[in-house]
Design a protein around this ligand. Structure first.
Ligand SMILES: O=C(O)[C@H]1O[C@H](OP(=O)(O)OP(=O)(O)OC[C@H]2O[C@@H](n3ccc(=O)[nH]c3=O)[C@H](O)[C@@H]2O)[C@H](O)[C@@H](O)[C@H]1O
Length: 478
């Protein structure tokens, strides 16, 4: 009860310090000090009692929250269009109904095992983190389509519209892939997952993305990209039996202030221009340590501005498309010497091929959960880019043509917020080791993006071309 005695001590000190006003006053002060002490005792006990009552009440009404239970989106429900009913039961599960699937429970384990099981001989069993994200959803679908087992994880955070992530989750559920609502920092959950299924691989894509947002929310980058990565490596190294091979998302941004082009894996990556880049670079160093100590097979993929259908609304091509449709201005960054920023925009299907190629060639981990290592395990890093940088102004011109409407452009000097003037990938290592060959020019890829965008947000292209504004609260087709 130290805090309580502290209060009494402070009161006593106050009496002594203020004690120059005569004996009677002194007695009154001491008496009122005792009264104060007794009543704070009483108040303290009452607070403890009230807190205990509240905890009991909460435990009775929300057992699922306290026991880490959560709802598994049911493939069957989504497949036959009963998603709303599934959402309702998900809500009920939080209120303690029997519909709750507590993790670690028999129903949960059965669902994890079903989703994790390969459908072809020699198929992989892959845990995909960030599976309701852009790249995660596409990779999960591709793995599933070729007969691999896939279990997804996603925390459905609100960095961008979570309803888009939920729509991806429904799409995955309709193909038999369960995406669990869970965070990579939840070590207990990860352990339960590895107890339930023998994953051969982890495709770790959960991360806090976005270069410029790191100025506003630095701690989220540390939590996801550093602590979250360690959490995944820890469970893979010390709990999984056997250890899986890990393929994870690094970033082209690690090249930072590097000016040698095209960017090669041999180039310097010790001058990040943003905290985002710094956390990805830290991830590569952390990967080295886990590979060295525990014999984990680890492959880092440096993605170059990935775009396409089901993309990320925070990225420039997506947010520009929205602004063009809404008749709102877009801001284009130019370098201090007046040059257009350029990006090696890489189409999602090409990146998916790269991810699957990296998984297929990963090589085994050589450690055991008891800490023994048979020998060195593979530690690899690859660029996955398009090899042909395009000015951002050209990307906007393509969008204008596809959407049939001119953008309202505002050109400003690139603020110093972590942005880099250009990116350009050399992909010869990925080509050599798993046949990676990007095949989608920007105009073809953006056409497929715009087709999806128009359909998903139920847009009328004829109206857009006539300049009729479409409200920004674009409703998504589910
Ligand atoms: O390869 C990566 O590793 C990263 O790629 C992506 O970062 P970037 O290449 O910066 O993409 P993105 O924001 O779409 O800006 C594209 C261009 O538009 C310019 N840009 C941007 C915003 C704006 O308002 N105006 C503008 O001109 C801007 O100057 C830039 O030239 C991912 O977001 C990131 O998570 C990470 O994966």
């Amino acid at each position: 009860m130290m805090p309580h005695s502290g209060v009494v001590d402070a009161a006593a000190k106050g009496v002594k310090l203020g004690g120059g006003g005569g004996g009677a006053l002194m007695v009154r002060r001491v008496a009122s000090g005792k009264l104060l002490s007794a009543s704070s005792h009483l108040l303290f006990r009452a607070t403890i009692l009230a807190t205990l009552c509240l905890v009991c009440l909460f435990t009775v009404h929300y057992p699922s929250l306290l026991s880490h239970s959560f709802h598994l989106s049911s493939a069957a429900a989504a497949a036959n269009g009963k998603h709303r009913a599934a959402s309702r039961s998900s809500h009920r599960s939080l209120l303690g109904s029997s519909a709750a699937v507590a993790y670690g429970g028999a129903a949960w384990e059965k669902e994890v095992r079903r989703s994790a099981a390969p459908r072809r001989d020699g198929g992989l069993s892959v845990l995909v983190t960030g599976a309701a994200g852009f790249v995660g959803a596409h990779c999960s679908l591709a793995l599933r389509a070729r007969g691999d087992g896939v279990v997804g994880l996603d925390n459905f955070n609100s960095y961008y519209d979570p309803s888009l992530k939920r729509a991806r989750q429904r799409l995955l559920a309709s193909r038999g892939v369960a995406v669990l609502d869970a965070d990579i920092n939840d070590a207990a959950l990860l352990e339960r997952l590895f107890d339930a299924a023998r994953f051969t691989h982890v495709l770790h894509l959960a991360a806090q993305a976005g270069v410029r947002y790191a100025m506003r929310a630095p701690q989220t980058y540390v939590a996801s990209n550093v602590a979250g990565l360690v959490s995944v490596f820890e469970v893979a190294a010390k709990h999984a039996d056997p250890q899986p091979a890990i393929v994870w998302a690094s970033s082209s941004s690690v090249y930072g202030l590097n000016t040698d082009a095209p960017f090669s894996e041999e180039h310097r990556t010790d001058r990040p221009a943003s905290l985002y880049a710094a956390t990805k670079k830290a991830g590569e160093a952390i990967a080295h340590a886990y590979n060295h100590i525990y014999g984990l097979s680890i492959t880092g993929l440096r993605f170059f501005t990935v775009y396409g259908p089901w993309g990320r609304p925070d990225m420039a091509y997506f947010s520009f498309a929205r602004s063009i449709v809404a008749g709102e201005p877009i801001t284009l960054f130019r370098t201090a010497d007046g040059a257009d920023a350029r990006r090696d925009f890489t189409y999602i299907d090409d990146v998916v091929k790269g991810c699957l190629g990296a998984l297929d060639t990963a090589g085994e981990s050589t450690g055991t959960k008891s800490g023994k290592k048979r020998g060195p395990a593979p530690l690899r890093v690859y660029n996955l880019g398009n090899t042909s940088p395009v000015p951002v102004t050209r990307m906007v011109a393509i969008l204008e043509k596809l959407l049939g409407r001119k953008a309202n452009k505002r050109v400003v000097t690139m603020p110093s917020n972590g942005d880099v003037p250009f990116t350009h990938a050399n992909v010869s290592h990925a080509a050599r080791d798993f046949g990676y060959r990007p095949a989608t020019p920007l105009d073809a890829g953006l056409r497929r993006f715009v087709d999806w965008f128009v359909h998903y947000y139920k847009l009328d292209t004829a109206k857009i071309a006539k300049g009729k504004r479409k409200s920004m609260a674009m409703s998504a087709a589910s």
